[in-house]
Design a protein around this ligand. Structure first.
Ligand SMILES: C[S@@+](CC[C@H](N)C(=O)[O-])C[C@H]1O[C@@H](n2cnc3c(N)ncnc32)[C@H](O)[C@@H]1O
Length: 273
């Protein structure tokens, strides 16, 4: 069942789910979401029986996902008492740049408070908008159930990809976009990391699907791979240019239309029958 994430996140793929999911490969046994963020694609994907991994190098995100999975009741209990106030927001803002210990429910609640009460989920400035924290509780409960069998990791992409690679692995990668590296605190992704990612993905036995902003640098870096370009309303652009459209790119090391073709073949077969 497709569900919504319990958190919005910079660069979250909520509005691209219907473009990305039909381009998944037909067959894989292990699904690995390498740059997890709000996990919008993981939550949109039907669970099936595959082994699933959610990863983010930001320990506050991995800790929040872990606490949603393991301590959802305590997390909601703590969130009942948070204040939507600038003073409280400023008091806890420092945690964004600090390392979280996995299993720290107090920190998970504070981090969720920062996401929900900041401007455009940036965690850096107070949004000042009315919001009922309790209205998120059904989403948190739903996410907790969905995450029960998902492995949660807090690793740099290269370590994770090397550790999870196999012929039946499928990596969905949604890294910081080219020239927006600084939008993500706590991880230190830089320009050279785009090339490091390309080199890592270039040597795997499994399949990968990669989301990027459509720009000449990325087209050049991945020359020779399958590509599909589309336009979407982008929440990063919206931060600075309300309603702006944005060119996106999907890149893969397999045929991006294999699912579509399989359906077409099935329809033709059924028609012949
Ligand atoms: C574009 S966001 C992912 C958004 C996500 N797909 C969603 O739908 O919400 C990129 C994520 O990559 C994470 N990240 C940055 N550098 C990383 C690294 N070296 N290894 C793993 N994750 C990293 C960031 O913390 C951020 O959450």
């Amino acid at each position: 069942m497709t569900i919504n994430s319990f958190m919005s996140w910079i660069g979250g793929k909520k509005s691209s789910r219907s473009i990305i999911l039909p381009r998944f490969p037909l067959y894989y046994e292990k699904y690995i979401e390498v740059f997890g963020g709000g996990g919008w694609i993981l939550f949109a994907k039907p669970p099936r029986n595959d082994f699933e991994v959610f990863n983010d190098a930001n320990s506050n995100i991995s800790n929040l996902f872990y606490c949603v999975r393991e301590h959802s009741a305590e997390l909601r209990e703590r969130l009942c008492y948070v204040l939507n106030s600038r003073e409280d927001f400023e008091r806890i803002r420092h945690i964004v740049n600090e390392k979280a210990e996995i299993g720290d429910v107090k920190r998970a609640a504070e981090f969720y408070q920062l996401i929900r009460y900041s401007y455009a989920s940036s965690c850096d400035s107070f949004g000042g908008k009315p919001h009922s924290m309790r209205s998120n509780f059904p989403l948190i409960e739903q996410a907790s159930r969905r995450l029960q069998k998902v492995v949660i990791e807090n690793k740099d992409f290269e370590k994770l990809i090397c550790a999870q690679d196999s012929e039946v692995s499928f990596f969905y990668c949604d890294p910081p976009y080219y020239s927006t590296e600084s939008y993500y605190s706590n991880v230190g992704f830089n320009r050279a990391d785009h090339e490091r990612l390309r080199n890592t993905l270039g040597s795997i036995a499994g399949k990968f699907l990669l989301s990027y902003n459509d720009c000449p640098e990325i087209r050049e870096l991945y020359r020779g791979y399958e590509m599909y370009g589309y336009e979407r309303l982008n929440n990063m652009v919206q931060r600075f240019d309300g309603g702006g459209m944005f060119g996106e790119l999907l890149i893969a090391n397999y045929d991006l239309n294999e699912r579509k073709r399989a359906n077409t073949q099935m329809t033709l077969f059924e028609l012949e029958e």
